[in-house]
Design a protein around this ligand. Structure first.
Ligand code: PLP
Length: 313
């Protein structure tokens, strides 16, 4: 997907020009993948725009940094204010927001403890992520997700995405939109950049954090919405074959939002169409993020930006 540029990028407390946001090739992150980052969406609203779950995303970035002993010298509130300042200065909505903190330039060797930490936030327009308008055709990957006690999957770090890249490339080369990885024990884990949900007999299932998944903020939102709708929710280890016999399946994620799966390994999920539970959750999710329904969960941070696209459920 080609990157569409905007005017400014936030860097260590200041807005700088997009083209000036550059790093040295000898920065630690380039060699050792030492970055923690986030991905957020800012949605169009009937009267402006709003960032979805800003505090939760910035909190997860600080959590990722803590796991990796990376000192980020900005507080949660400062990072949230920085994202708002950036989005308003660039005047682009809807958009995707990418905060990143990484080990910068000045030290060589694996040990990151004395390498400086740089923080940037960028934003840019970004549309649909998982291809397929009538549902995604996906596969089970031959690659496993990260094993416990190797790379922590609750940390959203650059290095983890080498595993995601293997999953995503293999899927695309074999003609699928996305891959679902199993964990090291052969249980369902998640997509290369999405959590997975299955529905069988009206019960909504998702894989727990112990199956090497990222603690997805959209996943948490889906669970909240489902519980409020009275849909029974089960978080448990799921065998691979559940995806072949479930009635409905969907991905959740900031990029993927709520994307229904039409088939897995060329086996139709249900009759291939978006089923009733997925449809209800999908509708509610978009009604909230697009400001059509009230923000009863306090998920939205308004930003003063004229919207470029009409709001639709
Ligand atoms: C590996 C992985 N799993 C799940 C998700 C979904 O997380 P969220 O809903 O917070 O975007 C993402 C996206 O960040 C991801 O990269």
């Amino acid at each position: 997907m080609a990157l569409e540029t905007t005017k400014n990028i936030w860097h260590n407390g200041k807005l700088i020009a997009w083209e000036k946001a550059q790093i040295h090739v000898m920065s630690h992150v380039v060699h050792y993948g030492s970055s923690v980052f986030e991905g957020l969406r800012c949605y169009a609203q009937p009267s402006g725009a709003a960032i979805f779950r800003l505090q939760d995303h910035m909190r997860r970035m600080l959590d990722s940094a803590k796991i990796y002993r990376m000192p980020v010298r900005y507080t949660l509130d400062e990072l949230c204010a920085a994202a708002v300042e950036l989005v308003e200065s660039n005047g682009v909505a809807p958009c995707y927001i990418r905060p990143i903190a990484f080990r910068g330039y000045g030290e060589i060797g694996v040990n990151p403890l004395r390498a400086p930490v740089d923080v940037y936030i960028a934003n840019f327009p970004w549309g649909k992520y998982v291809p397929g308008n009538d549902g995604a055709d996906v596969c089970i990957s031959s690659w496993n997700r990260l094993a416990p006690n190797t790379m922590p999957s609750m940390a959203k770090v650059g290095a983890n995405y080498m595993n995601s890249q293997l999953i995503r490339m293999e899927a695309e080369i074999n003609g699928y939109s996305e891959g679902i990885a199993l964990d090291v024990n052969g249980y369902l884990s998640e997509g290369s950049g999405e959590n997975i949900f299955l529905v069988r007999d009206g019960v909504l299932y998702t894989t727990p954090l112990a199956n090497s998944v990222l603690s997805g903020i959209t996943r948490a939102s889906v669970l909240t919405i489902a519980k409020a709708m009275g849909i029974p929710v089960v978080e448990q280890a799921l065998p691979r074959e559940m995806v072949y016999i479930c009635d409905e399946a969907f991905f959740s994620g900031t990029a993927a939002e709520v994307t229904h799966l039409r088939s897995v390994d060329k086996i139709l999920v249900g009759d291939g169409s978006m089923g009733p539970v997925t449809t209800a959750i999908h509708k509610e999710f978009f009604a909230i993020v697009n400001g059509i329904k009230p923000d009863i969960y306090d998920w939205l941070t308004p930003v003063r930006v004229p919207v470029a696209e009409p709001v639709g459920a």
